[in-house]
Design a protein around this ligand. Structure first.
Ligand SMILES: NC(=O)C1=CN([C@@H]2O[C@H](COP(=O)(O)OP(=O)(O)OC[C@H]3O[C@@H](n4cnc5c(N)ncnc54)[C@H](O)[C@@H]3O)[C@@H](O)[C@H]2O)C=CC1
Ligand SMILES: CC(=O)C(=O)O
Ligand SMILES: [Mg+2]
Length: 376
């Protein structure tokens, strides 16, 4: 199979779909790998590293999209990339379609087979291709939050860990999954006073065991959100309903009741965000202020530590990517329900129910079961 890796074009996005090591695995399995000129150069993966791995350097994204049978990316395709996709071609990347009608419509129009990293599943009820980036974003959320609590960044001037004689900052993490756990680890490490809210009692039990008393766990209700957000210095939004638009758990009223100079980091922004006041921001201009509350809503946080993130992402995407290339997409998905769960769009049909639930009416989409769609 011919695998194509275009350079990422989102704002300050320096990750790349394949590392040289991953490219070498595809080549070792008998595939051709095309890498766009300098696709990984910003993070120390140079053209010569890819050439040494057996890949070919290609000058333009147009040539890559025209030639490759499978496009491997990191972020969702931008409109000009969507327009280069075609039927019979596979796209393997993050998509986050539920909050993105423009992209959904363009992918449906393209006819391409579009597999979303974030909806591939595993045997333990997890999302193995989302998890590495959730680990990164969760850890970064506390760095970002601590930074924006500084006075010069618009924050209240509060040090996360406090000092002897001064109480630490209160960090509230809404959603105790992968992002939430990694955020809590960093916040605890910095000495903050950490509370995790989740609506899954089994998950709260696990967190209680992991943190052994160093965080408080609270069952997530409207009342709990009212109480904890009003007291917080930093709130991290980390909820997820897989593939669906994030629930708006923190409302405009909550924001009004928060302390001036407190900070919100909405990691769930890639699924539309879990604060009512959230709108996606970029690494270049990451924050804005509403009612004296600093909002950080960067939709590609791991792009900020692109070298670590690219390696972590490739560790997870490589086995499924090789299966797609070695068996062909249809056979690979039919033989692996977890990979099939990643299929969101195929030959103009939307095959992921939560996307149709979010956008079906406005875009006039019909849901088709993934297995049935693969037969058309
Ligand atoms: N902005 C960025 O750069 C990145 C964003 N993300 C996003 O972060 C979000 C979280 O991802 P993960 O931690 O991997 O998901 P996860 O599935 O591991 O955890 C989500 C948690 O939210 C909880 N939850 C669901 N509804 C809730 C509610 N109403 N109240 C309280 N808790 C609730 C679930 O029980 C679960 O424990 C996702 O939207 C993901 O796409 C992930 C990586 C990077
Ligand atoms: C998961 C995601 O949106 C990211 O890594 O950018
Ligand atoms: Mg206020």
């Amino acid at each position: 199979m011919i695998i194509g890796v275009p350079k990422e074009i989102k704002n300050h996005e320096y990750r790349v779909g394949l590392t040289p090591a991953a490219a070498k695995e595809f080549v070792a399995n008998g595939h051709s790998v095309l890498i766009e000129n300098n696709a990984g150069a910003a993070i120390g993966f140079y053209n010569e590293d890819y050439v040494a791995a057996g890949a070919t350097i290609i000058d333009t994204p147009e040539e890559i999209f025209a030639t490759a049978e499978m496009i491997v990316k990191v972020k969702e395709p931008q409109p000009n990339e969507c327009k280069m996709l075609r039927e019979g071609q596979t796209l393997y990347t993050y998509l986050h379609l539920a909050p993105d009608p423009v992209q959904t419509e363009l992918l449906v129009k393209s006819g391409a087979t579009c597999i979303a990293y974030e909806t591939v599943t595993d045997n333990h009820g997890g999302l193995p291709l989302l998890a590495p980036m959730s680990e990164v974003a969760g850890r970064m959320s506390i760095q970002a939050g601590a930074h924006h609590l500084e006075k010069a960044q618009g924050g209240s001037g509060t040090l996360l860990g406090g000092v002897p004689g001064v109480a630490p900052a209160k960090v509230v993490v809404v959603g105790g999954g992968v992002v939430g756990t990694n955020a809590a680890k960093m916040a605890v490490g910095m000495g903050a006073d950490v509370t995790i809210l989740d609506r899954s009692l089994p998950r709260l039990r696990q967190l209680d065991d992991i943190f052994r008393g160093s965080v408080k766990t609270v069952y997530s209700t409207v009342d709990a959100i009212d109480y904890y957000t009003a007291k917080a210095d930093l709130v991290v939004g980390a909820v997820l309903i897989p593939g669906a638009a994030a629930p708006k758990l923190i409302t405009k009223e909550h924001i009004k009741n928060m302390k001036p100079g407190s900070v919100l980091v909405d990691v769930a922004i890639d699924q539309g965000g879990c604060f009512e006041t959230s709108k996606a921001t970029t690494h270049q201009d990451p924050t804005y202020v509403i009612d004296d509350v600093v909002h950080y809503c960067v939709a590609n946080m791991p792009g900020g530590v692109a070298r670590t993130s690219t390696m972590a992402l490739n560790n997870a995407t490589l086995p499924f990517g090789l299966a797609l290339a070695n068996k062909g997409p249809k056979k690979a998905m039919l033989e692996d329900q977890h990979l099939l769960n990643g299929l969101n769009v195929h030959k103009g049909k939307v095959t992921y129910k939560a996307v149709v639930d979010a956008l079906g009416e406005s875009l006039n989409l019909e849901y088709m079961d993934a297995k049935a769609a693969l037969e058309i």
